[in-house]
Ligand binder design. Sequence first.
Ligand SMILES: NC(=O)c1ccc[n+]([C@@H]2O[C@H](COP(=O)([O-])OP(=O)(O)OC[C@H]3O[C@@H](n4cnc5c(N)ncnc54)[C@H](O)[C@@H]3O)[C@@H](O)[C@H]2O)c1
Length: 259
Amino acid sequence: MTTTSDFEGMGALVTGGASGIGAAVATMLLARGARVAVLDRETAGAPAGALAVKADVTDDEAVREAVDRAAAELGALHTVVSNAGIGSIGTVEDNADDEWTRVLDINVLGMVRTARHALPHLRRAAADRPGAVSITQTCSIAATAGLPQRALYSASKGAVLSLTLAMAADHVREGIRVNCVNPGTADTPWIGRLLGQADDPDAERAALNARQPLGRLVSADEVAAAIVYLASPAAASVTGTALAVDGGMQGLRLRPAES
Ligand SMILES: NC(=O)c1ccc[n+]([C@@H]2O[C@H](COP(=O)([O-])OP(=O)(O)OC[C@H]3O[C@@H](n4cnc5c(N)ncnc54)[C@H](O)[C@@H]3O)[C@@H](O)[C@H]2O)c1
């Protein structure tokens, strides 16, 4: 049975943990007994009680140092939540090569670097806590549905989905589970910034609400709860899975609402 202290004795690292979904995950892991480190390029918003480690996921050496420091200070690393990411707007015609390189470097290679440096620590932890060692990556509905004006962002999250499956296969026999969550539009500072750029922010928010069959945005806590489940000992048989937390956006086809 899942208890509120099911992460007791476990060390967890959350990238992008100083804002939005990542901060909600770090807060939830702390509440459930984990020792938590937050890796972020801006650590001011890291939750109290977490070890804040400033690093940019585009810098391989900085990621290595941050992961090693987190493992040393937490005592061990059982859980990695690879969540740092950025958005990008436009069709395939709208972004130059250097913007493609920048976004893929953060959203895809950032997860590669994090996993690469975390795996030696996770292997040690797997020997100690079978079933409880995992990597969970924040993917997106953009990996599984065609959304307008999101060519580059969708390509990056499609890569995260495939990477999740490949990593799950590579590491299953080492006792390391790898999964991802696919949020719909989640109410985080990111979406606040996006709405701030819209000509009519209220109309844009209403359109985003209406796009999800539940009729509202997903909350950061709802996405965090799914991530924490996938990372928890209760999910010991779950690997190579993409868990949608999208208000029904991927799976449902509704008739228009009757007025
Ligand atoms: N908000 C949504 O609607 C939504 C939907 C689907 C998926 N996601 C994904 O969820 C994840 C978190 O998004 P959020 O909405 O919480 O955004 P957010 O902007 O609130 O938080 C993202 C965090 O990542 C950090 N970060 C960004 N680039 C970094 C880098 N190069 N190195 C280190 N840290 C970096 C930021 O400083 C920030 O703290 C992202 O991977 C995003 O693609 C978000």
